[in-house]
Design a protein around this ligand. Structure first.
Ligand SMILES: Nc1ncnc2c1ncn2[C@@H]1O[C@H](COP(=O)(O)OP(=O)(O)O)[C@@H](O)[C@H]1O
Ligand SMILES: [Mg+2]
Length: 345
């Protein structure tokens, strides 16, 4: 099956500080500019109808990776294919008018920040339709006001947002209702891929559960693919087929949700899972605690594992070469000494 979205060795580095000036370079003081490595050598395929969860702690590069896919940011290196088209080559500012733009939609982290406070719920949902919606080819004319209205109401129904709320402004809606507006906006154009960047992190736990249930149903009904970003492993387990664990810009483990949850291989994944599972002190299990601070993402040593400073299994090999995922197996791990938690010495 052809993947819907395919990333091949994608990197994103942010230059930091001032570029060294001409004089500094002329007099040999040309230290290369420092780079923050936010996304490092990321490759994966997302198939039609599939839901992939991307997990990792704050600052590991999840939102940057999302912005590369939605083309709000240009890659530093690597290829991004969507429906077999190279969208990574389209300059970010041109992508807004690109044919594939409407097929990739995003639901943002905090609906309070992402919804325009001067737009009613109706206008928030109608906005992408007015900008990118078109009648089917060959006419491909902008949608009529009546067609926009019909589609907004249909999208509101699909997310169970009462139509009576469409006239309200974001500040007149609850957190859960605002998120429903954000999701209706995301599905209004009938995209193939919906990217959800920590959609429920601003909500109470009880509202979160209702929204997660809605998202699971929508995916089934509309045949959508999800790239679901979360720092919460349990949420990913509930909603996703596959999971990718990210640490300091790298995917350190990936695989089917059941396989990764049953037997996490990377020491970082094991620590993440130990942190969410109920710990029984009489079970004889050793609780993994991450010690030390994460390494800096600025000019990292290309020959040292990113997890080295915090790893409880580290050996000399880990500071001499960067472990990579093998790219072939279903359950992949970027570690020289992967094994099950109960086999760990
Ligand atoms: N525009 C930017 N310029 C410089 N550094 C950035 C920029 N955007 C993000 N970063 C850095 O990239 C890293 C990853 O950030 P982000 O993708 O937001 O992480 P996450 O979403 O996982 O919390 C962080 O160290 C962050 O400070
Ligand atoms: Mg983020």
């Amino acid at each position: 099956m052809t993947p819907l979205l395919s990333l091949d060795a994608v990197h994103k580095r942010f230059p930091l500080g001032e570029k060294p000036g001409l004089l500094a370079r002329a007099f040999g003081a040309n230290k290369p500019q420092s780079m923050l490595h936010a996304v490092e050598n990321v490759s994966f395929d997302l198939h039609p109808g599939e839901s992939i969860g991307l997990v990792g702690e704050s600052g590991c590069g999840k939102s940057t990776l999302v912005r590369l896919v939605t083309r709000l940011l240009d890659t530093s290196e690597g290829r991004i294919l969507f429906n077999e088209r190279h969208i990574g080559d389209v300059p970010a500012h041109d992508f807004a008018r690109h044919a594939e733009r409407a097929r990739i939609q995003q639901v943002f982290q905090d609906p309070t920040d992402s919804l325009n406070p001067r737009f009613t719920a109706f206008d928030c949902i109608a906005d992408p339709l007015r900008r990118l919606g078109a009648t089917p080819l060959p006419e491909a004319k902008p949608m009529s006001a009546a067609a926009v209205k019909a589609r907004v109401e249909e999208a509101a129904d699909q997310v169970s947002l009462p139509r009576a709320l469409l006239a309200r402004y974001p500040h007149q809606l609850s957190g859960g209702q605002k998120l429903r507006v954000g999701i209706a906006r995301g599905i209004a154009l009938k995209p193939q891929l919906l990217i959800l960047d920590e959609p429920t992190s601003a909500l109470d736990v009880s509202v979160q559960a209702v929204i997660l249930h809605l998202l699971a149903e929508l995916r089934r009904e509309l045949g959508l693919s999800y790239l679901f970003v979360s720092h919460d492993l349990n949420v990913v387990r509930l909603l996703c087929d596959r999971v990718m664990v990210m640490y300091l810009g790298k995917i350190v483990e990936s695989g089917p949700v059941e396989a990764v949850f049953a037997a996490p291989k990377h020491p970082y994944t094991q620590a993440l899972m130990a942190a969410v599972s109920k710990f029984d002190p009489d079970s004889g299990e050793t609780r993994i605690r991450l010690t030390d601070d994460p390494q800096s993402p600025i000019d990292p040593d290309p020959h040292c594992c990113r997890f080295y400073s915090r790893c409880y299994k580290k050996q000399r090999a880990c500071e001499q070469a960067m472990p990579e995922r093998d790219g072939k197996s279903v359950h992949q791990v970027a570690c020289f000494f992967p094994n099950r938690l109960d086999e760990a010495s």
